[in-house]
Design a protein around this ligand. Structure first.
Ligand SMILES: [Zn+2]
Length: 274
């Protein structure tokens, strides 16, 4: 048991408590010497101080309707804008990375490709599969899809088969809870219903473990972080609130791309937000 009260083993994750020694992952064989330095997990302060990788967050990708409110348009990116943004990233030499790469960078200092970017999608909308996936594949880009399992198969949302295909094509499937309720309000059985069961369902669909989590509404607190860590999650993603210096990999920042952004605005936010 560590001195922060966690009862589960978490050998690959280290708290920043000063008295606590850096934990070291299993020894690397001498014949693989190039990997030695990249298998030493660092303390939270080091993780916190690493340059942040820009991470984009999309919701709906469709043309605006007359009934869409100004606020709704923050979450609805017209198809032409999305295509333009993805093309701009490709034309400007960006490389999409996956959460496993980000985790290895944050904890072990492992190198990332030049101009790394993570492209994430929340809420399981169908056009993330039908539109975003096909547009990104033109450039060899992969995404990260945070699924709320209650919506699977509903009109306007992805099916289980879509999620399975995304995983098979090299995208990461993460959890976005069962029904998008705020983790700050969970107690008792909520953790099982909102986190454990959705993970089980997604793992059954994809055949892969669920290791990454996106907080609904981007909202989180220390209790949620500790619950996720205890459950074996490697990292979790918020929006743009201040990060917890003791758990930087559990409050990784992202920026929502609003539908109004043109390329110069998109570029400016990417450069200034991380
Ligand atoms: Zn969401």
């Amino acid at each position: 048991m560590c001195n922060l009260g966690c009862t589960d083993s978490h050998s690959r994750v280290v708290h920043s408590t000063p008295a606590m020694p850096t934990e070291i992952a299993p020894a690397v064989s001498a014949t693989n010497s190039t990997a030695i330095n990249t298998n030493i997990a660092v303390d939270a302060a080091t993780i916190f101080n690493r340059p942040q990788v820009p991470i984009l967050c999309y919701h709906q990708i469709r043309d605006w309707r007359p009934t869409d409110s100004k606020r709704a348009k923050d979450y609805i990116v017209p198809r032409s804008k999305f295509d333009e943004q993805i093309k701009w990233l490709a034309d400007n030499g960006y490389h999409t990375i996956q959460p496993d790469q980000l985790y290895d960078y944050l904890l072990y200092g492992r190198e990332l490709p030049s101009k790394p970017i993570m492209i994430s999608f929340d809420d399981s909308r169908i056009e993330q599969f039908t539109v975003a996936r096909s547009e990104m594949s033109k450039y060899g880009f992969k995404g990260v899809y945070f699924i709320m399992t209650v919506s699977l198969g509903r009109p306007g949302y992805m099916t289980k088969q879509d999620v399975k295909q995304l995983a098979e094509e090299g995208n990461t499937i993460g959890s976005h809870t069962w029904n998008h309720s705020n983790v700050k309000n969970y107690s008792g059985d909520d953790w099982r219903i909102q986190v454990d069961k959705p993970s089980e369902e997604l793992e059954k669909i994809t055949g892969r473990p669920v290791k990454y989590f996106a907080y609904p509404f981007g909202l989180w607190n220390r209790q949620a972080v500790e619950q996720l860590e205890r459950r074996g999650f490697k990292a979790a993603f918020q929006l743009s609130a201040k990060r917890d210096p003791d758990y930087p990999q559990f409050c990784v920042r992202r920026v929502i791309v609003p539908g109004e952004w043109n390329i110069p605005t998109f570029q400016r936010w990417m450069n200034n937000s991380f």
